[in-house]
Design a binder for this molecule. Structure first.
Ligand SMILES: [Zn+2]
Length: 82
Protein backbone atom coordinates (compact mmCIF):
# COMPACT_ATOMS: atom_id res chain seq x y z
CA UNK A 1 0.00 0.00 0.00
CA UNK A 2 1.43 3.36 -1.04
CA UNK A 3 0.11 4.92 2.16
CA UNK A 4 2.33 2.76 4.38
CA UNK A 5 5.02 4.22 6.57
CA UNK A 6 8.59 4.21 5.33
CA UNK A 7 11.35 2.85 7.54
CA UNK A 8 12.51 6.40 8.10
CA UNK A 9 9.06 7.58 9.18
CA UNK A 10 8.82 4.62 11.54
CA UNK A 11 12.16 5.49 13.06
CA UNK A 12 11.09 9.09 13.54
CA UNK A 13 7.83 7.98 15.16
CA UNK A 14 9.67 5.58 17.45
CA UNK A 15 11.98 8.36 18.60
CA UNK A 16 8.96 10.59 19.24
CA UNK A 17 7.25 7.87 21.26
CA UNK A 18 10.39 7.19 23.32
CA UNK A 19 10.62 10.91 24.08
CA UNK A 20 7.00 10.98 25.28
CA UNK A 21 7.63 7.95 27.52
CA UNK A 22 10.75 9.56 28.99
CA UNK A 23 9.43 13.09 29.45
CA UNK A 24 5.83 12.43 30.44
CA UNK A 25 6.21 9.32 32.60
CA UNK A 26 3.07 8.46 34.52
CA UNK A 27 0.73 10.29 32.19
CA UNK A 28 -1.90 8.91 29.83
CA UNK A 29 0.24 10.05 26.89
CA UNK A 30 3.17 8.01 28.18
CA UNK A 31 0.94 4.96 28.61
CA UNK A 32 -0.31 5.32 25.05
CA UNK A 33 3.23 5.78 23.77
CA UNK A 34 4.42 2.69 25.67
CA UNK A 35 1.61 0.65 24.16
CA UNK A 36 2.48 1.95 20.70
CA UNK A 37 6.13 0.96 21.19
CA UNK A 38 5.02 -2.52 22.25
CA UNK A 39 2.89 -2.80 19.11
CA UNK A 40 5.89 -1.67 17.09
CA UNK A 41 8.05 -4.43 18.59
CA UNK A 42 5.31 -6.95 17.87
CA UNK A 43 5.10 -5.78 14.27
CA UNK A 44 1.51 -4.60 14.77
CA UNK A 45 2.14 -0.89 14.73
CA UNK A 46 0.03 1.08 12.28
CA UNK A 47 -2.99 -1.21 12.50
CA UNK A 48 -6.17 -0.35 14.33
CA UNK A 49 -6.40 -2.30 17.61
CA UNK A 50 -10.19 -2.36 17.28
CA UNK A 51 -10.83 -3.41 13.67
CA UNK A 52 -7.36 -4.31 12.33
CA UNK A 53 -7.50 -1.84 9.46
CA UNK A 54 -4.35 -0.02 8.46
CA UNK A 55 -4.10 3.44 10.02
CA UNK A 56 -3.05 6.07 7.49
CA UNK A 57 0.55 7.23 7.55
CA UNK A 58 -0.58 10.84 7.84
CA UNK A 59 -2.63 10.06 10.96
CA UNK A 60 0.27 8.17 12.53
CA UNK A 61 2.72 10.93 11.70
CA UNK A 62 0.45 13.52 13.31
CA UNK A 63 -0.38 11.41 16.37
CA UNK A 64 2.13 8.56 16.69
CA UNK A 65 0.56 7.02 19.79
CA UNK A 66 -2.81 6.62 18.11
CA UNK A 67 -4.08 3.02 18.36
CA UNK A 68 -7.28 3.12 16.35
CA UNK A 69 -8.32 4.19 12.86
CA UNK A 70 -10.41 7.27 12.05
CA UNK A 71 -13.58 5.19 11.74
CA UNK A 72 -13.21 3.65 15.19
CA UNK A 73 -12.21 7.03 16.59
CA UNK A 74 -15.42 8.55 15.23
CA UNK A 75 -17.45 5.77 16.88
CA UNK A 76 -15.67 6.34 20.18
CA UNK A 77 -16.19 10.08 20.01
CA UNK A 78 -19.90 9.49 19.47
CA UNK A 79 -20.03 7.21 22.51
CA UNK A 80 -18.25 9.79 24.62
CA UNK A 81 -20.63 12.51 23.52
CA UNK A 82 -23.68 10.42 24.38
ZN1 LIG B 1 -10.61 0.71 13.33
Amino acid sequence: MSDSLSAQQLLRIRTKLETIVAEQAGTKAADAATAALQRMRAGEFGYCVDCGDEISAARLAAKPDVAICVDCQALKDEEEDA
